[in-house]
Design a protein around this ligand. Structure first.
Ligand code: SF4
Ligand code: SF4
Length: 506
């Protein structure tokens, strides 16, 4: 087994946040009972919505494909248990802060009957990497660290670059969240197996599993499995507990000392980053034939009676898992899906747990009521920014809607970590302004791309009309020349043919 190593690159800025994780790691992961109803949004990934392929009233089985992927960044959706499809309709979802989005509703029959899926692939090393990638595409697997980027497409993109290093991200740096810690403690074998599948798909032989030094149980569990497997390609690497060291670019910098260029990807510097939960999900699909229909989620905060980590079916309501955690305490004030820094506050617990739900935080704190004051140019926001941006200047340009300056000052590289908000003595909501400004820039870019496509279509149509016109003129000239040479009988023949053609066309 490789001993954990510590030689590290640098991480700019960041914050040491209170962990608040021990309350939810006191007991093993609890398997949530089957709910009576599953609410499955057709968009649980970054790309286009999946297309439902089942009808209302149809019986479906656990693991059955119920919505197929569309678009280049799509991901399919599978039934999390057996039952009857009772509706395909808009329901509140956390992704839209409790607003409605299209969902498939399954009334569970309690039998949990699984579909006879295609063969599992325990001997995956005998399969070509491209076949393995195609298989991963069918499993509905997306990045479980929160980004929900479809995994197969990320791997395919990485294979077009010069990748030499797989990084498994076990750095769960945001306060309260402990689902990856518990996964690594209890399912270390599946995580390592997932890493081996990923290495084969990428055709590389080097994997670093990055893990924070405050997770000794997980380090022991992973180390133990690695010792048994004796796979020298995989190394554990401990990193300090600093937020946001688990951000993709920050992790690459920290453990490999390679700097991801502005606007670039880790694959630009030879790395592919996958969350440890994603690796375990790949194992579940490739080795055990189970698509992504369940995940581990942390239910925590001083607003729930018994903080836990729960393995629940995708589509279970947040209300159901909070009940499993003993229900709300009388201190509950705010429901956040995700962690305290990057999560979204929602106003209803009738939203479903989805592929991205790593944490449900019920807090006694209400959103900050501190009045916003003018910037005093203290520079604290810049000193904690892990991307080395100048948040105070970005804020001015965001308020002025100055897209050129926002681009120039690197807004697009902001990872929305919230560090600048937390230290700002003037309580300026910097991150939310950056999120909105980034959205506007994306919209403008989309509009420009649409305008370019429309112009290209218009020009292509004009070219075609010009071409057809000149072909017609050329044909007419040829006929005239021919007629001049051949005399009156040929003219009569041409006119006859023309008349025949007109009759056929009409
Ligand atoms: S931390 Fe707040 S007050 Fe200080 S420079 Fe940044 S935006 Fe201005
Ligand atoms: S939210 Fe953006 S600007 Fe603020 S500290 Fe994080 S990366 Fe920097």
């Amino acid at each position: 087994m490789s001993a954990p190593t510590y030689d590290l690159g640098t991480l700019h800025g960041g914050l040491r946040l209170p962990a608040n994780k021990s309350v939810s790691t006191r007991q093993p992961i609890i398997n949530a009972p089957l709910p009576s109803q599953l609410v499955l949004p057709i968009t649980q990934h970054v790309g286009d919505p999946a297309q439902p392929i089942i009808g209302i009233g149809e019986r479906v089985l656990k693991g059955q494909l119920i919505a197929e992927m569309t678009g280049s960044l799509g991901a399919p959706v599978h039934a999390s248990s057996s039952g009857k499809v009772i509706a395909i309709e808009p329901r509140p979802v956390s992704r839209r802060n409790g607003d409605n989005a299209p969902c498939i509703i399954i009334e569970c029959d309690g039998k949990d009957e699984a579909i006879q899926a295609a063969d599992a692939m325990p001997n995956f090393t005998e399969i070509s990497p491209s076949s393995l990638l195609r298989a991963i595409l069918q499993g509905g697997i997306v990045g479980l660290g929160g980004a929900v980027f479809p995994t197969a497409q990320k791997l395919m993109q990485a294979r077009t670059c010069d990748i030499d290093q797989l990084l498994l991200n076990g750095v769960e740096c945001e306060s309260y969240i402990s689902c990856d810690d518990m996964l690594m403690r209890e399912r270390a074998g599946q995580v390592i197996s997932g890493a081996q599948i990923l290495m084969h798909a990428l055709e590389i032989d080097k994997c670093l599993i990055a893990i924070e030094s405050d997770k000794p149980e997980a380090i022991r569990a992973l180390g133990g499995v690695l010792g048994e497997m004796d796979d020298s390609r995989i190394t554990l690497k401990q990193v300090p507990t600093i937020y946001p060291s688990g951000g993709e670019d920050q992790l690459v910098q920290l453990v490999t000392n390679r700097e991801v260029p502005s606007g670039g990807l880790p694959s630009d510097v030879g790395c592919l980053v996958q969350n440890v939960g994603t690796a375990a999900a790949i194992h579940d699909w490739i080795i055990d034939n189970q698509p992504l229909i369940a995940r581990i989620t942390t239910i925590t905060g001083d607003g729930v009676a018994n903080p836990i980590n729960v393995r629940a079916r995708i589509g279970t309501t947040i209300e159901d898992v909070i009940t499993l955690a003993g229900g709300y305490t009388d201190r509950a004030r705010q429901l956040i899906i995700g962690g305290p820094m990057t999560g979204k506050s929602v106003t209803t617990d009738r939203v479903p747990l989805v592929k991205s739900t790593n944490c449900i935080l019920v807090s006694s704190e209400t959103p900050s009521a501190e009045p916003e004051m003018p910037c005093i140019r203290c520079g604290d926001c810049a000193s904690v920014c892990p991307v080395q941006l100048l948040p105070q200047q970005l804020f001015w340009y965001a308020c002025a809607d100055n897209e050129i300056k926002l681009r120039e000052f690197g807004l697009i590289d902001c990872i929305e970590c919230g560090c600048c908000d937390l230290v700002c003595p003037s309580h300026i909501p910097l991150t939310v302004n950056f999120r909105v400004a980034k959205g506007r820039i994306r919209e403008l870019a989309d509009e420009k791309a649409r305008a370019v496509r429309a112009r290209q279509r218009f020009e292509a149509r004009n070219d075609r009309l010009e071409r057809e016109k000149s072909e017609r003129e050329c044909e007419l000239r040829n006929q005239k020349d021919l007629a001049k040479k051949a005399g009156p009988s040929a003219i009569a023949e041409i006119l006859k043919r023309k008349q025949q053609k007109n009759e056929d066309d009409s």
